[in-house]
Design a protein around this ligand. Structure first.
Ligand code: PAF
Length: 292
């Protein structure tokens, strides 16, 4: 890589702020709509669906690959998080990505780095309650990425429902000139939501990892069947998780789509959310339930 840039038919790979920003600004000067897909790499079909939507909707597509240390807790999987860089770059090439931003950790966080952004309230519940500091790390890095990659539109997966809610709040609160698109969760044929962490699951755990999506289906079926006893539905969701071998539930509940508060009565739209450890792997999933 010279000046943080490689290549011809492959995407340009930029390691520096200046290189990626000037590529994006040049595309915009040419009147091209720029789409941005932030990732931590270990790309799977879920990421590829975001990239494909971006490719369809935009003229210039940027993917960032950065395993962000500040969103991992001290006992989480930062050091073993998968980093299959060559495979990731090959996938970006296959999807016709125009530019990849691949910063070093010191580029994102130089030694004197001292600024964080936090969406208060929304950061403290659900995932935030189980992973203190996680969302401060996410919103800080995403804000930095939006500064470095001044795209027109950015793409996030619905699987990280709380993350996209927080990012929407941050973008609105800070008047950031970027549009956010939340795209459907991609699942295996048996319902397991795709996640870079699924590679950690043993064969037995892979079977147990179906419990979260089953528990979302249980909630949806009961609500669509006319059940309005939300505490009982929550209990049934939790019990389904707890009764599955290898599964330790963190939460299973029904929330307001914007405030993320637990709902006490049925709304036209609510979200079933679930988080559990399957063996040592923490999985999250959710289902937007509309029109009940
Ligand atoms: O969803 C992710 O992969 C990460 O949280 C993100 C948005 C790339 C920030 O590191």
């Amino acid at each position: 890589m010279s000046q943080g840039t490689t290549s011809s038919t492959k995407p340009q790979v930029h390691a520096t702020v200046e290189a990626v920003r000037s590529a994006v600004l040049a595309a915009k000067r040419d009147g091209r709509r720029v789409g941005f897909v932030p990732t931590m790499g270990a790309l799977h079909a879920g990421h590829l669906s975001l990239i494909r939507i971006a490719r369809r909707e935009c003229d210039f597509v940027v993917v960032s690959i950065f395993v962000n240390p500040t969103q991992f807790g001290p006992h989480e999987d930062l050091s073993r998080y998968p980093r299959p860089l060559n495979a990731d770059l090959a996938m970006c090439t296959g999807e016709g990505v125009d530019a990849v931003y691949l910063p070093a950790t010191e580029t994102m966080y130089p030694p004197e780095f001292a600024t964080c952004v936090e969406v208060t309230g929304l950061s403290d519940v659900l995932e935030g309650a189980h992973r203190p500091g996680h969302f401060r790390g996410v919103t800080t890095v995403v804000l930095k990425l939006f500064q470095v990659v001044p795209a027109d539109v950015t793409y996030f997966g619905q699987k990280d429902y709380q993350q996209q809610t927080l990012i929407r709040r941050m973008v609105a609160d800070l008047n950031l000139p970027i549009e956010i698109r939340t795209c459907p969760t991609v699942r295996e044929s048996d319902g397991l939501a795709l996640s870079s962490r699924n590679v950690y699951l043993s064969a037995d755990e892979r079977q147990s990892a179906l419990a979260p999506s089953r528990c979302l289906k249980l909630a949806e079926d009961r609500l669509r069947g006319g059940d309005r006893d939300l505490p009982a539905i929550r209990r049934a969701m939790f019990d389904l998780l707890a009764a599955t071998p290898h599964v330790r539930p963190d939460y299973a509940t029904l929330i307001h789509p914007d405030t993320l508060e637990e709902v006490s009565h049925v709304l036209p739209t609510l979200v079933a959310v679930v988080a559990a450890r399957v063996g040592a792997t923490r999985l999250i999933d959710n289902q937007i339930i509309e029109g009940i």
